[in-house]
Write a protein that binds this ligand. Structure first.
Ligand SMILES: [Zn+2]
Length: 139
């Protein structure tokens, strides 16, 4: 086989194996066990690289801001206000288990409906544990 073809074949194999890996990854993340494992991996990564966590958050907020014509700092400020307002409405009580709520959760994901991102009716106060559970189920 000519060398050129050999290289081509190797590249082809590399691509298909990468695609296969991503496919299995996607499949694995569909199960609850896989989701927990994935979340833990992500968590560990961001604990090791806290600057990456900030970068990623800013990137997500910027993307959201672009959709509703807001700057990054505006999105951050309004989201903080929204979070405070939701917890004030619920008296800082977790609406799932009744312990102290430290987080506000978007009922309809802000990624899917950025226009509902700052609607107080789209928020629910949750404790850290219930909030983590919420995201595990893909909300
Ligand atoms: Zn709770």
């Amino acid at each position: 086989m000519p060398y050129k073809d050999l290289v081509k074949r190797k590249q082809c194999h590399k691509e298909s194996s990468a695609r296969y890996y991503l496919k299995t990854l996607k499949f694995k993340r569909q199960t609850l066990e896989g989701k927990i494992k994935h979340n833990e991996t992500v968590k560990r990564f961001y604990q090791k690289h806290p600057e990456k966590a900030i970068q990623n958050k800013n990137r997500i907020f910027k993307k959201l801001g672009d959709k509703i014509n807001m700057t990054l700092s505006q999105v951050k400020w309004y989201l903080l206000r929204w979070s405070q307002a939701v917890r004030k409405r619920d008296n800082s009580i977790c609406q799932n288990c009744g312990s102290i709520a430290i987080l506000s959760h978007h009922i309809i994901h802000k990624k899917n409906y950025p226009q509902l991102m700052l609607n107080i009716n789209n928020g629910i106060s949750l404790c850290k544990k219930c909030h983590d559970e919420c995201h595990l189920w893909g909300n």
